[in-house]
Each structure stands twice: as C-alpha cells, then as structure tokens.
Design a protein around this ligand. Structure first.
Ligand code: TRP
Length: 347
C-alpha cells in the first residue's frame, strides 16, 4: 500500500498565534485523519535565534504541545506523532551529509533567509545560515523508502517556508543523481491564506514583533487587540467608502468568518454602510467564538501526559530515522563493507 506521510514542524520560541493557525495548523488538522503524521518540535532550529535563551525554548516546547492539543491535533491516534527534534541524532548526522551537497554561497540567496536576516538584531551565526539544510534533513529522513510513484511526502506549511522546500527538493535530486534514487521529492501544501498580517497590519504576525493574537489569549485581550487594529487609513467615518482588499480586519474576516457572515461585508464597507468600529466588534466576537473551544481543550490538556506523547512519537520517528540512515549510509558508501568484513575476518 502507498505510504502517505506528512513531515512538518514549528520552532518552539513562544506560544502559538492565529498566524500559525491560518498558515499551518488548519491544514495539519485537515490531514491528520488521512496521513501518517510527524509533527516536529524544531527545538534545534529554535537555537538559530534563541541560543542565549534556553529557558524560552524549554517553556515553549510545553506551550507548543499545549497549543497543538488545543487546536485538536491528536497524538493518541496511532498515525499521529509529536516529535522532539533534539532527540533524533539521525537528523544531525543527515544534516552534516547534506551540507556537502549545497554550494556555500547559495544560502544567502534564499528569500526567507534574507528576510529573517533583516529582522535579526544580532549578526547571523553559521548555524542560522544553514538551517534550511537541516530542515531538508528533517523532511527527507521521513521520505518513504523505497520511493514508489504512489507514495507521498507532504509538507503543509506557511508560504514563507516554500523556499526551504525548494532547497529540500534540490538536495533530494542531487543526492539521487549521485547515489541512486533514494528520496522522494516533497510536496508543499500551502493553505488558502498562506500568511496572516499582524494586528499592526504591517508585517506578518509574529510574537517577537508584538503584533500577535495568541491562541491562548482570553476574550478581553482578544477584544482589546482587535479594537486597536489598523484599518483602511482612507476610511475615517462610517460612510466613507472603504478599501477592504487593503484592510487587515477584512483579511481576518476572510480567514475566520463563516461564508454566511462574510457575505456582503466588502460591499457594505465600500458603500459606507459598515463602519470600522462595528466591523472590528464583529471580528472580536468571531475570533472569540473560534478560540473558545481551543481554550477549553488547551486547559484540559494541562492535565494530559505531554511527556508520554512526546516520547512515544519520538520513538516511532527514531525507528524510521534509524532505518533510513542505514539506507543513506549505504547509498553514500559510508558503510564500508569491504573494510568491515576484513576486520571481522581478521578476528
Ligand atoms: N522552519 C519551520 C518554522 O518556522 C520549522 C521547521 C523545522 C519545519 N523543520 C521543519 C517546517 C520541517 C516544515 C518541515 O517555523
């Protein structure tokens, strides 16, 4: 039977927010019934920006697991694994091999790396510059083997991750060309809204930019954040014609309203029959209704055996990873059968 697998992940650098939901978690949820799922807590990748803040990473591992459970990911299903990246030494080994397949100067051309370099207040470390290579290892370690045409390796992510997946597939092709067909190319799966702006309407939602609505925020916080949101600067009064396509509040409505609630909103805004204050109040209600069951499940999850979920998921991932590393070492001629057998013969 065809193997249908997902490998995807998030960095534990804080609690998750609506941007994570729209860009990634929504897709993950839709796929968890159908696919063998490996959801990676990328704590090693988190070191690329947080090497001086280990406690933030530690707390965030817990926060991320709680948020995942809150939205409804279910590690009690046999096909759903939560995996802790640092507990998979195979990833470190594969990253080392993959670094040899990528020209050194190429990393700084990656558009996501370029954008992140701008935000980075300190200078970038070597580890930061090559994290897309380690992300390729995260993904390809889970490539179904032997790769059959009907197999799938899906990576549901936000659109900023797509350059990393292109890099991953270039590495897969290079490896296959050098050592024989070993890896399947992965397929990005980007949601309808790949990227949600922050409440400031400027950049993408991000906790470090202080423009995020977190999944665990309470109703008052959500209402307050929404009331301060930026809207179309040309619409000062209710009856001014608005430009919904340029308004972040409208984009949030598009992401979170039911189609019934969404219908007619743009026309009402454009024709001056809907004011921003009212539109934001409605949005706050919609978001609070959406977040309510997540908050409840998250609170229940506080009592759940998080460590067991992580251990079991990681063990299953390791089994796959260890087998795959044997295949990879063999393909790369790193298992040295001639040397090893003569060593054995010699006693
Ligand atoms: N770069 C991803 C993020 O920001 C996290 C990540 C690590 C990942 N390894 C991955 C995503 C593998 C998809 C596949 O947050």
């Amino acid at each position: 039977m065809a193997t249908k697998r997902i490998l995807t992940g998030m960095r534990p650098t804080g609690a998750l927010h609506l941007g994570h939901y729209v860009g990634a978690l929504k897709q993950w949820l839709a796929l968890q019934d159908e696919y063998e799922c490996f959801f990676l807590i990328a704590d090693v990748q988190a070191l690329t920006t947080h090497v001086d803040r280990p406690r933030v990473i530690e707390e965030s591992v817990r926060e991320v697991v709680l948020d995942w459970l809150g939205v409804g990911l279910d590690p009690t299903k046999p096909n759903v694994c939560f995996v802790l990246q640092s507990s998979l030494p195979e990833l470190t080994e594969l990253t080392a091999y993959f670094t040899m397949l990528v020209p050194f100067t190429k990393m700084e051309h990656n558009p996501t790396i370029r954008a992140e370099l701008k935000d980075l207040k300190k200078s970038a470390t070597a580890g930061f510059m090559i994290y897309p290579i380690s992300q390729a290892a995260d993904i390809l370690l889970f490539s179904p083997y032997p790769p059959e045409k009907s197999d799938k390796l899906l990576v549901p992510v936000g659109e900023d991750q797509v350059p990393h997946l292109e890099e991953t597939n270039q590495i897969a092709r290079r490896f296959n060309a050098l050592y024989g067909k070993t890896f399947l190319e992965c397929k990005p799966e980007v949601g309808e809204i790949g990227r949600l702006p922050g409440v400031d309407g400027k950049s993408k939602m991000s906790k470090s930019l202080g423009n995020a609505i977190q999944l665990k925020d309470g109703p008052d916080t959500v209402s307050k954040l929404v009331s301060k949101m930026f809207t179309d600067p040309k619409k000062l009064h209710r009856d001014d014609p608005g430009h919904p396509q340029r308004c972040p509040v409208y984009l949030y409505h598009r992401a979170f309203s039911t189609s019934q609630m969404f219908r007619g909103r743009a026309t009402k805004c454009k024709t001056g029959r809907l004011g921003c204050v009212e539109c934001k109040k409605e949005l706050a209600d919609i978001l609070n209704n959406f977040l309510e069951p997540i908050r409840t499940r998250r609170a229940e999850a506080e009592k759940a055996p998080l460590d067991t979920y992580l251990r079991q998921g990681t063990e299953k991932a390791r089994e796959i990873g260890q087998n795959m590393m044997k295949v990879i070492r063999h393909a790369m001629h790193l298992d040295y059968p001639s040397v090893k057998s003569s060593l054995t013969k010699g006693g």
